[in-house]
Design a binder for this molecule. Structure first.
Ligand code: GH3
Ligand code: MG
Ligand code: MG
Ligand code: MG
Length: 313
């Protein structure tokens, strides 16, 4: 249908077809008060197999965005009752960054400044109604391509490639301010014991398997409520936001016992892995994460000195 109706280049068709499988899993929300215009956009999107949701004004669009996880693209009209397109975008951008959601503005209003205003308010692109189908398809695909690119950049910067734990960069960005806030905040700095032996005895690949499995267990234990980050080679940190030092110690020591009891299955067979950990909790004298990390590091050093496989607060 798309081919019959439009005059795409061969290269473009290849690109379009390559995306079709993926598109079924991409949710697009169309906000427009005109039923005719909304249904028309919906039909165009469904030609590309997207999953389409609808809202008849800005207020409903916000509701749908809040209720439906992982909508990737919002296509919104400008003139709508209650909350108009601009207001909608401003509100939406407070909650959804450019890695979360892409936005395309639409309008049949003849005001020439509309397109610039849409983009300044946080839209990725703008289309003047009426538009040619071909241009619509191209802009939607381009916008989703840049969303994919942004998401992949975000992953590269914030997620460790080997273990899929968060990176050091993410940890600092996320918790910089928590040190000075009123609530409780504690850190657990972890270092696997005698990890060099694993590499030296069984090889680097087996070392990697241990790191991957260790991070997986760490995320299973704490990842739902706390940030788990890979700090360096075989060092990890857990940010216990909302816990005091004693509580952080308790949960970390429980995890230490689990690791101690459950062998790691690798290509070299079952290995016994242990770790040492230093816990530190934020105090009013802490000026930033570094002072807190320094104390956790002293605890870690003490744990190593005392014979390893232990947590020190
Ligand atoms: P300790 O109990 O004192 O911590 O001893 P250790 O052997 O764990 O300490 P050390 O810091 O000497 O060794 C850490 C090793 O981790 C050295 C390095 O080659 C290895 N390593 C760091 N990153 C990686 C990685 O991504 N993969 C693998 N396989 N090894 C890594
Ligand atoms: Mg309208
Ligand atoms: Mg180390
Ligand atoms: Mg070590």
């Amino acid at each position: 249908y798309v081919l019959k109706e439009n005059r795409f280049s061969y290269e473009y068709v290849v690109k379009l077809v390559a995306r079709l499988d993926q598109n079924q899993h991409v949710k697009v929300l169309v906000a427009d008060d005109s039923v005719v215009s909304r249904k028309f956009v919906k039909v165009l999107l469904e030609q590309q197999l997207f999953t389409v949701l609808e809202a008849c004004d800005g207020a409903e669009a916000i509701q749908v965005l809040n209720d439906t996880p992982d909508i990737q693209l919002l296509i919104t009209d400008y003139n709508m009752p209650n909350v108009d397109g601009f207001e909608l975008i401003l509100k939406v951008r407070e909650k959804f960054s450019r890695e979360d959601l892409a936005i395309i503005g639409l309008s049949n209003d003849t005001d020439e400044s509309l397109s610039a205003r849409f983009i300044k308010n946080g839209a990725n692109d703008f289309l003047q109604k009426p538009f040619v189908h071909e241009e619509f398809h191209c802009r939607v695909l381009n916008t989703l391509d840049s969303l994919d690119m942004l998401r992949s950049l975000w992953e590269q910067a914030n997620r460790d490639y080997l273990t899929k734990a968060y990176t050091r960069r993410y940890f600092f960005k996320q918790h910089e301010k928590d040190v000075n806030e009123a609530g409780q905040f504690a850190l657990g700095l972890i270092d696997i014991d005698f990890f060099k032996n694993v590499n030296d005895t069984y090889g680097h690949d087996v070392g990697d398997q241990v790191l991957f499995e260790f991070a997986k267990r760490l995320k299973n234990a704490f990842g739902q409520h706390f940030t788990v980050a890979r700090f360096g080679g075989e060092e990890f940190v857990v940010a216990f936001k909302g816990l005091d030092g004693d509580r952080a110690f308790t949960v970390m020591d429980k995890f230490r016992q689990q690791i101690d009891e459950q062998l790691f299955i690798t290509d070299a067979g079952e290995l016994k892995i242990n770790f040492s950990c230093g816990i530190a909790s934020a105090e009013s004298t802490d000026s930033n994460l570094d002072t807190l990390l320094h104390r956790a590091d002293l605890g870690l050093y003490e744990a190593k000195e005392a014979g390893r496989n232990r947590v020190i607060f």
